[in-house]
Design a protein around this ligand. Structure first.
Ligand code: PEP
Ligand code: MN
Length: 349
């Protein structure tokens, strides 16, 4: 249910409604637009008489039951595109944001050199895994806390915010000590207890699409995070499992406009995990921007052939540098702007 407040509703009137909703044991989430405040009411069961009761409160314009399963992620609750501030980077709204970096943090030299290279080429957020979900238990599973410290060093050296994956509720504290954005990986995208716990951690969350996730399931997973009072969720399409085996996954480009039609949340595309092969990454990245994505997440490594994870799909520095002006050109063609080249402030030496 959403409660649409009148444009002239006072703060006291909004607070009064929130208090009433909470007294009924329901959740109340505010969406404060430029013109009016919308209060999203979640929880069940909603008392049948609630609409009638709330509609007569002063300051309330109307009360609307949302019949869709997803609520806080939908446009009814938040009629403007969401924006998320991460240090001095803004994600969502009109912004176009490139996240880049290695699949895994392997050493300080590898991570800091990658951070510098991708920042110079136009990326504004650094990625890197310290706790890695690997298909085989015998593969490199990340450096753990030391990897987080290295990411923090790279942030200090370059000023770039960082994103890294958290795989289990018991790691949320240590990852949260360092990261600016929590990444929830494709394999954990329907781990509802993890989603709830990360929703309480007070930092933005990027939610990868699961390998076989429907659009509605994806939004409901995001809903688990948002229902904990965290509005800052970013969705990331990273390819899904299909019968096709020439790529690692199949990039579902259509998910970008489809999910944007359903939700106000920023939507990113990860061409690297979709492609699985570095030669295909540029085409999928360009397609993501053309489809209207709010950003990309791309794996880049100083020496991909020797990477400890996902080397086959990681771009070299030169390949990433060659790609960003092309991304900027496609962005311009679809009415967006991606600052690259002379528009990017150089990283201090
Ligand atoms: C990653 O970003 O390195 C990763 C493991 O991604 P995904 O969860 O999409 O497979
Ligand atoms: Mn990877």
């Amino acid at each position: 249910m959403i409660i649409v407040m009148e444009t002239k509703a006072t703060r006291d009137q909004v607070n009064g409604i929130v208090a009433r909703v909470k007294a009924l044991g329901l959740g109340a989430h505010l969406s404060e637009g430029e013109e009016r405040t919308i209060i999203g009411v979640v929880g069940s069961p909603l008392p049948p008489s609630l609409e009638d009761e709330l509609e007569i409160h002063s300051g309330v314009e109307r009360v609307v039951r949302i019949t869709k399963k997803y609520k806080l992620t939908g446009w009814d609750f938040h009629p403007q595109k969401s924006t998320i501030a991460v240090r001095d980077v803004v994600i969502g709204g009109d912004a176009l944001t490139i996240i880049a970096g290695p699949c895994s943090v392997e050493s300080e030299e590898q991570t800091v050199s990658t951070a510098r290279a991708v920042k110079d080429a136009g990326a504004s957020i650094l990625r890197g895994g310290a706790y890695k979900p690997r298909t085989s238990p015998y593969e490199f599973r990340g450096m753990g806390r030391r990897g987080l410290e290295i990411l923090a060093t790279a942030r200090e050296e370059t000023g770039m915010p960082i994103i890294t994956e958290v795989m289990t509720p018991s790691d949320i504290d240590v990852v949260g000590e360092f990261t600016d954005i929590f990444q929830i990986g494709a394999r954990n995208s329907q781990n509802y207890l993890l989603l709830e716990e990360v929703g309480k951690a007070g930092k933005p969350v990027m939610l990868k699409r699961g390998l076989s996730m429907l659009m509605e399931e994806w939004l409901l997973a995001a809903e688990y995070v948002m229902a904990q009072g965290n509005p800052d969720v970013i969705l990331c399409e990273r390819g899904i499992r299909t019968f096709e085996s020439s790529t690692r996954n199949t990039l579902d480009v259509s998910s970008v406009p489809v999910i944007q039609g359903m939700s106000h949340l920023p939507v990113f595309v990860d061409p690297s995990h979709a492609a699985g092969k570095r030669a295909l990454v540029p085409a999928l990245a360009l397609a993501g921007i053309a489809a209207g994505a709010d950003g990309l997440m791309i794996e880049v490594h100083p020496n991909p052939d020797h990477a400890l994870s996902d080397g086959a799909q990681s771009l070299t520095f030169a390949q990433f540098e060659a790609l960003t002006p092309r991304l900027a050109a496609v962005a311009e063609a679809v009415g967006r702007r991606l600052p690259v080249g002379a528009d990017v402030a150089p990283v201090p030496a």
